[in-house]
Design a protein around this ligand. Structure first.
Ligand SMILES: O=C(O)CC1=CCC(=O)O1
Length: 258
C-alpha cells in the first residue's frame, strides 16, 4: 500500500537532532505531551505523528501491515528532509520503530522501544477486538483500553486523566483502529530483530498487562544486538504517561549518551 501523509506536530529548532515520537494503538499526538517540553529544553526537534487511522491522520481502507506504518514514517522523514532520526515509540509506535530499524537502518539514528512486543498474540484476540470495534465503535473498547494503559492506583488518584485517555481512545476512527488491530494480529518481527543496528533502549512497565517485561521486552532486548532493557515500576502499558519523569529520564539518557 502506498504511504499516507500522516498528521504531524513539529516543534523545536530546525537544526536540532530530530526525535520522532510514535504512539500506541488508540492514541494520538497528545499522549506524548509529558515528553515534549523536556525534549525541547535539550535542543531536540520533536516530531509527533498520528498513526494512519488515528487522530487527524487519514484513514485509508485496510488491511494495514506494520510495514505500511513504517512506510508512512519514511514518507514523513522524506517530506521533512530528515536523513536520520531518533525513533521513540510506544507499543504500536515501537512496533513501527522496530520495522524501520530492520528495514531502513540508514534512516534510524537510535531506537527507544517502550511497552511493546515483536509478536503479540493471540491472533484471535486481535480479530475479536477488530470485529467489536467495527460493529460497536471505539467507545466499546475505551474503558478496557484505559484499564490496560494505567495502573488501578493511578486511575483512582487521577480520575480526570483516566477520563481524558478514555476519550482519546473513543475518538479514534473505528476502521483505523480495527485495521491497526489486523496489522498487530499478523505481525511477527522476532526474526528481524538481529538486523537492527541502531543503538536501542527497551523500556517496559513492570505492571503492563498488555506487553509485560517477561516474554516481550526481554525478547526484544535479547534479539537486538547490544540492546539495553529497563523496567519502570508502577507503570502499566502507557508508561510514558503514567511515569513521565522516569520514562523521560531514560529516553534523554539514551539519546544524550550517543
Ligand atoms: O490495547 C492494547 O491491548 C495494548 C496495545 C497493543 C499494541 C498497542 O499499541 O497497544
Amino acid at each position: 500500500m502506498s504511504a499516507v501523509r500522516v498528521h504531524r506536530v513539529v516543534e523545536g529548532p530546525e537544526d536540532g537532532p530530530v526525535v520522532v515520537l510514535g504512539g500506541s494503538l488508540g492514541s494520538d499526538v497528545r499522549m506524548w505531551e509529558p515528553q515534549v517540553v523536556p525534549l525541547l529544553e535539550r535542543g531536540f526537534r520533536v516530531v509527533r505523528y498520528d498513526t494512519r487511522g488515528h487522530g487527524a491522520s487519514p484513514v485509508p481502507p485496510g488491511p494495514y501491515e506494520i510495514g505500511d506504518l513504517g512506510g508512512d514514517v519514511l514518507a514523513l522523514l522524506d517530506e521533512l528532509e530528515v536523513a536520520r532520526a531518533h525513533l521513540v515509540g510506544l507499543s504500536l509506535g515501537a512496533m513501527t520503530g522496530m520495522w524501520l530499524g530492520a528495514h531502513a537502518p540508514d534512516r534510524v539514528a537510535s531506537l527507544v522501544l517502550c511497552c511493546t512486543s515483536a509478536k503479540l498474540g493471540p491472533p484471535e484476540m486481535w480479530a475479536d477486538r477488530a470485529r467489536t470495534v467495527r460493529a460497536e465503535g471505539t467507545a466499546a473498547v475505551a474503558e478496557a483500553g484505559a484499564a490496560r494503559w494505567l495502573t488501578r492506583g493511578y486511575v483512582e488518584r487521577h480520575p480526570d486523566r483516566a477520563a481524558f485517555l478514555r476519550s482519546m481512545i473513543a475518538g479514534v476512527p473505528a476502521e483505523g483502529y480495527a485495521a491497526c488491530c489486523g496489522a498487530i494480529e499478523r505481525m511477527d518481527q522476532l526474526d528481524a530483530l538481529p538486523k537492527i543496528t541502531a543503538p536501542t533502549l527497551v523500556i517496559a512497565g513492570a505492571e503492563d498487562p498488555a506487553t509485560p517485561p517477561e516474554g516481550h521486552a526481554d525478547l526484544i532486548a535479547a534479539g537486538v544486538p547490544g540492546a539495553r532493557m529497563e523496567v519502570v515500576a508502577d507503570a502499566a502499558h502507557l508508561g510514558s504517561y503514567e511515569q513521565p519523569e522516569e520514562f523521560t529520564r531514560l529516553i534523554l539518557g539514551h539519546l544524550e549518551a550517543l
